[in-house]
Write a protein that binds this ligand. Structure first.
Ligand code: GDP
Ligand code: MG
Length: 752
């Protein structure tokens, strides 16, 4: 009879090296059915009775990655006689995490600590005796590369293969072990073998859906188990998967580190975390923190400084100064128009946000540097996991609140392809720094800043997070995204007083890149807008306003027709030009920009803000850079500033403002981020799907907000109200329709 021995370990720990050393060339390479993960099988050179299997490298035994599924199915279905667990001696802590899981399996384990040549060279001392004693299994030091100890480890594995497995029963805290024991009692009997009890019970405690759906549990049993889990979660104020993960780590730390003498004191950090990461208080506290940040940065102090910059600095000093300077030099009027209206109007309205942005960046980097933001990732992991997303997705999102491009690139840390795709598709929903001016414009100019402004700004942030969560729930229901969230392990740093150097540097970096963009991309875009605004489509319909004395056109000044009741033009109204002029008859014309904008605005009419074409132009220009959205509004308004933009384009309608904000926050991101999406997806189809999905969701939400708002506020009901209701129904259906996915065949065999 042959003995089957499995090689299990993290990636790059030397499994294949050991496998080749033990089997020589006598090996078999093949693919596992259904998964493209390679397995290798071979006989040991000096004992052909022993079949060695080189399993794919894994970090844990959850059914989250194809590698984990292969390894887990192999251990459950093939039930090898022994496991050689290869551990990287230079990274004990990370490696032993998997070891603690293997010990649940009821298969004898021998630990092979590899890379001993490196460990010795570094002069690190490993307390192997202690590990051996604690874990209750043999530990052999090897160097797979040099061939040291490899025969010993194989002989050890053969020797233990006939032994009864040893279950390590005190990895977890007393309370958790008790819960596991209770679950074992409920599931024991039936077809579950004795040796599988512990593994299955721990997995049930973690609510591992694979296991839940494949063992034959009565409804009563399920309810009892849920009660046990709930009680434990109450006790530890965390979800059960989180408890199991963190207790495994605690256990490993306790055996790897030399115990520091002295009593464990509860640190101040822990005390703060008890409140800040509390299951019920965490989110309200986070909302309150963000509200305070926006209240200071956008609602009050920042707003005052920005008002000063817009009205006094640009409005009274810079623009009039530049105009009189240029006129003094005698440059032609169109240059004056370009500089004063186009460039200073556009770039100025973006630069006007600098004070608000500086305060915002400063506050956010304070939160980051003191350690609070890592708590947010931790809290969000809990929220995300409940909705089938990995907390790992939140790290890219935290980064994306600075800029979407590095955020999207950070999705690389997610090993699971499904989750990674969802993360790439949704990271752009988080308001990045470039979107903050849009938020600040709506919150400040349309909602008038203060408390309401801060509510709108905080709301914008949570709309972003909400869009991510809803998308996660909805997308997970499509086959392309099936799968379970991977666990996310992070260490929370101690809270500490922020280092001024870090804070100032990160604030300065972010503010400077903001200013740089205003000086480059925004400058170019403003010049383009001004040009298109002053060029008419038809040459016979040239500039309208003419100087009385010279008969020359006065550029940069627009005439609006004034109609009588029958719709005949009776007069022209001039903006910012009082000098003597006449209107060349029949010469009213539309600028190129207006023609384009009016075409576009048909699309946005149902969203409310499309009623003025300028908002559509601004929205589309957001593709270049999101700061350009208010920038373009600033260039196109007659008063050349944002408060007149709020006036002219939104008629100070808060509803239009909200719908404009939501659409611009959630729709396709700027070209930079689109490029990042394309790179990470590495597929044209998926890039288009992402852009389509984002824009579609943005459109649907804005439409609902505007149409329902009008219905509630003015009782107006029309065709698009019906559409809004239909969209709402589809949205709710997708959100609440039961998810069903089960892709792994574990335990199925036995049930049959
Ligand atoms: P696997 O992913 O677990 O199969 O790991 P591999 O067998 O492919 O080994 C990963 C890398 O570690 C290779 O470059 C090996 O040459 C190297 N390696 C494996 N074992 C040892 C060892 O004991 N000492 C040293 N220095 N390098 C090793
Ligand atoms: Mg390998």
């Amino acid at each position: 009879m042959s003995i089957k021995i499995a090689l299990v370990g993290n990636p790059n720990t030397g499994k294949t090296t050991l496998f080749n050393a033990l089997t020589g060339s006598n090996q078999y390479v093949g693919n596992w059915p259904g998964v493209t993960v390679e397995k290798k099988e071979g006989k040991i050179k000096w004992n052909k009775e022993v079949i060695l299997t080189d399993l794919p490298g894994i970090y844990s035994l959850s059914p989250y990655t194809p590698e984990e599924i292969v390894a887990r199915n192999y251990l459950v279905d093939e039930h090898p006689s022994a496991i050689i667990n290869i551990v990287d001696g230079t990274n004990l802590e990370r490696n032993l995490y998997l070891t603690t899981q293997l010990l649940d399996f009821g298969i004898p384990v021998v630990i092979a600590i590899n890379f001993m040549d490196v460990v010795r060279k570094r002069g690190t001392k490993l307390n192997l005796k202690k590990i051996e004693k604690e874990l209750g299994c043999r530990v052999v030091e090897i160097s797979a590369l040099k061939g040291d100890g490899i025969e010993e480890v194989a002989r050890e594995a053969i020797a233990i293969s006939t032994k009864k497995p040893f279950f390590k029963k005190d990895i977890f805290s007393h309370k958790t072990e008790q819960a596991i024991e209770k679950i074992e009692k409920i599931v024991s009997g039936g077809y579950i073998e004795e040796r599988e009890l512990r593994f299955i019970s721990v997995k049930l405690l973690e609510r591992d859906e694979e296991i839940v759906s494949h063992i034959d549990l009565s409804e009563k049993g399920k309810k009892e188990i849920e009660k046990i889990i709930k009680a434990l979660e109450e006790e530890f104020d965390d979800d059960s998967e989180g408890i199991v993960i963190s207790e495994r780590y605690d256990y490993i730390t306790s055996i790897v580190e030399k115990k520091v003498s002295g009593k464990d004191k509860i640190s101040t950090s822990d005390k703060i975390d008890r409140i800040v990461t509390n299951r019920w208080l965490a989110i309200p506290i986070f909302a309150l923190v963000m509200f305070s940040v926006y209240f200071i940065a956008i609602g009050t102090i920042g707003q005052w400084m920005t008002d000063f910059a817009n009205e006094t600095l640009f409005g009274e000093w810079i623009v009039p100064g530049a105009v009189s300077l240029l006129e003094g030099w005698g440059v032609s009027p169109w240059v004056v128009g370009l500089v004063a209206d186009g460039i200073i109007g556009g770039v100025g309205s973006v630069l006007g946000f600098v004070p608000q942005m500086v305060i915002l960046f400063l506050l956010l980097s304070l939160l980051e540097d003191c350690g609070y933001m890592s708590r947010i990732a931790f809290i969000m992991d809990r929220v995300f996991r409940r909705f089938g997303l990995s907390g790992k997705s939140f790290v890219p999102m935290l980064i994306a609140s600075g800029c979407g491009v590095p955020g999207i690139m950070a999705s690389r840390t997610i090993e699971q392809q499904n989750d990674r795709k969802i993360t790439i598709m949704t990271t752009g929903f988080i308001p990045c720094s470039a979107k903050m001016p849009i938020v600040a414009f709506v919150a400040g100019e349309i909602f008038g800043g203060g408390i309401w402004g801060a509510v709108v700004a905080t709301g914008a942030y949570f709309v972003g997070i909400g869009a991510v969560i809803c998308s996660g729930i909805i997308l997970k229901k499509f086959k392309a995204f099936w799968g379970h969230p991977a666990p996310f392990v992070m260490e929370l740093p101690e809270y500490h007083v922020p280092a001024p150097k870090n804070v100032f540097k990160s604030t300065f970096d972010r503010a400077w890149s903001f200013i740089k963009r205003a000086g480059t991309v925004i400058l170019l875009a403003s010049i383009l807008i001004w040009t298109f605004q002053n060029v008419s489509l038809d040459s016979t319909k040239s500039e309208v306003v003419m100087d009385v004395e010279t008969g020359e056109a006065i550029h940069g000044v627009h005439a609006h027709e004034i109609y009588d009741e029958d719709g005949n033009v009776i007069d022209y109204e001039m903006a910012n030009h009082d000098g003597p002029h006449f209107i060349k008859e029949g010469c009213t014309s539309k600028s190129v920009l207006q023609v384009l904008g009016e075409g576009l605005s048909i699309v946005f009419k149902p969203l409310g803000f499309g009623e003025s074409w300028e908002t559509s132009v601004a929205t589309v220009l957001g593709l270049v850079a999101k700061e350009e959205v208010p920038g373009a509004l600033g260039t196109m308004t007659e008063g050349r500033n944002l408060s007149s933009a709020a006036d002219e384009f939104f008629a100070h309608s808060r509803l239009k403002g909200l719908s404009f904000l939501i659409f611009n926050l959630l729709c396709a991101p700027c070209f930079g981020a689109i490029g990042a999406i394309k790179n990470e997806m590495n597929s044209k189809r998926w890039t288009w799907l992402t852009l389509g999905y984002m824009t579609g969701l943005a459109y649907a939400l804005s439409l609902m907000v505007y149409q329902f708002g009008r219905l509630v506020r003015y009782g107006s009901f029309g065709f698009f109200t019906v559409i809004a209701f239909i969209l709402l129904a589809i949205f709710l259906y997708l959100l609440f329709k039961p998810a069903k996915f089960s892709i792994f065949g574990i335990f199925k065999k036995k049930k049959a």
